[in-house]
Design a protein around this ligand. Sequence first.
Ligand code: VGL
Ligand code: ZN
Length: 201
Amino acid sequence: MEKTALIIVDVQNDFVPGGALAVRGGDEVIPVVNRQKSRFDLLVATQDWHPPDHGSFASNHPGKKVGDVIDLNGLAQVLWPDHCVQGTPGAELVPTLDRRAIARVFQKGTDPALDSYSAFFDNGHRKATGLGDYLKEQGVTDVYVCGLATDYCVKFTALDSQKLGFHTHLLIEACRGINLEPGDVARAIDQMEETGVLIVS
Ligand code: VGL
Ligand code: ZN
């Protein structure tokens, strides 16, 4: 039997206009999610949840700036402004997101030495967040992914979901991207499609 889950990725104050790493139109996904949520059997959310000394923050690398790419413990790492620092208002889920139906919130990016774009694993695929086991325990067969940002956390979440064997769908009108380089969002969508993720609206 089909059982569906919606993963709401990083709909946090720092990723919407006014936030530290604002995604253009990021707030526009919220009414879409609130309207669509009853279509799914299970709702989970993720929270980017960094310590202040996180290795993805340009501020922690003297001489480097936002957008630079460094080697962080063997992995290429884009440097970001300080964002989603644990316990700060910027890290909170956006208050207009209807949280009542969200069964669990999974936090990621807590290891200062390693970033974590995917909701399932850190960028080195060293540790799991527990989301994959949780969805399997719940009997989920079909995963729908939405949220922020299309070209980072949404993309890596969808790719891992597909690899874990869930039938994976991108709920495209409930996603917005960063486009650090022009075309990043379009390329991310192509990459998801190539691996079998279904793009749905
Ligand atoms: C994200 C950059 C840095 C995201 C998180 O949620 O897509 N992007 N941290
Ligand atoms: Zn982050």
